[in-house]
Design a protein around this ligand. Structure first.
Ligand code: C5P
Length: 232
């Protein structure tokens, strides 16, 4: 499994996305397409970025009844993305159905990663809104175990949780971690952040980096710095 830096392409149009990616010239960074860009441009944006030779993490966080998720995943697998995701809260049955839908006729499939509890959910909102009364760390680890039992490849988690996820679910269970900031950079609205070097030390497999690269004066230099600090 390759450690890599995934750039969150949080743009609202194909035009802005390609203006950004064109700066990389010969380089083909791994990119994340989230709801904003996908809902703005549809599947064509995925095809076009793939055609340009990038690996793609399609971050649409599916959560529905198992049959609907299975059928949705079957469509996504035909888009030939490298990684996609769902909410573990949809249950093990939903996650197993997702894998069935995602698996192509030749047995191959994109990596499938689960969101445990969103990092925007805290203990208080989990208890008050979701009526879950266990400590949030325990809930995150339990959801990660369910994802592993269902056959998923890993979880999206805070870099602070990556080490514990590996302890519980094994070194081969992938951790994809947002909330990465340079030591001398803006934190923005992220609360619990880590530098790329710290994320490396703690054992993240992939870091997802948005604004520290997309809003940098020199995005290519920022991406290269990230790769140097994280991959070495
Ligand atoms: O710009 P920034 O580096 O904060 O972008 C982080 C990316 O990771 C965004 O696309 C955000 O939606 C995503 N993300 C996150 N926290 C999560 C899950 C996803 O920041 N828990």
């Amino acid at each position: 499994m390759g450690k890599d830096v995934i750039i969150a392409c949080d743009f609202d149009s194909a035009e802005k996305t390609f203006a950004f990616l064109d700066k990389f010239e010969g380089k083909k960074p791994f990119v994340k397409i989230g709801m904003e860009l996908y809902y703005a441009e549809g599947p064509q944006i995925v095809r076009e970025i793939k055609r340009r030779g990038h690996k793609i993490f399609l971050d649409l966080k599916l959560h529905d009844i198992p049959n609907t998720v299975k059928k949705g995943m079957a469509v996504l697998s035909r888009l030939d993305v490298d990684m996609t995701n769902l909410h573990a809260a949809g249950t093990k049955n939903m996650m197993k159905a997702a894998i069935e839908g995602l698996t192509r006729e030749d047995g191959s499939r994109p990596m499938l990663i689960a969101v445990t509890q969103l990092t925007s959910t805290d203990q208080e909102s989990m208890e008050n809104d979701l009526l879950i009364n266990e400590p949030i760390d325990k809930v995150v680890m339990h959801y990660a175990s369910c994802a592993k039992d269902a056959g998923l490849d890993g979880v999206v988690c805070s870099p602070l949780e990556a080490g514990k996820v590996h302890e519980r679910c094994g070194a081969g269970f992938v951790t994809v971690t947002p909330g990465v900031r340079f030591a001398d950079g803006d934190v923005g609205d992220q609360k619990r952040v880590m530098t790329p070097a710290e994320a490396k030390r703690i054992g993240s497999d992939y870091i997802v980096v948005g604004r520290p690269i997309t809003a940098a004066e020199d995005p290519v230099a920022a991406y290269e710095r990230c790769c140097r600090e994280f991959i070495g």
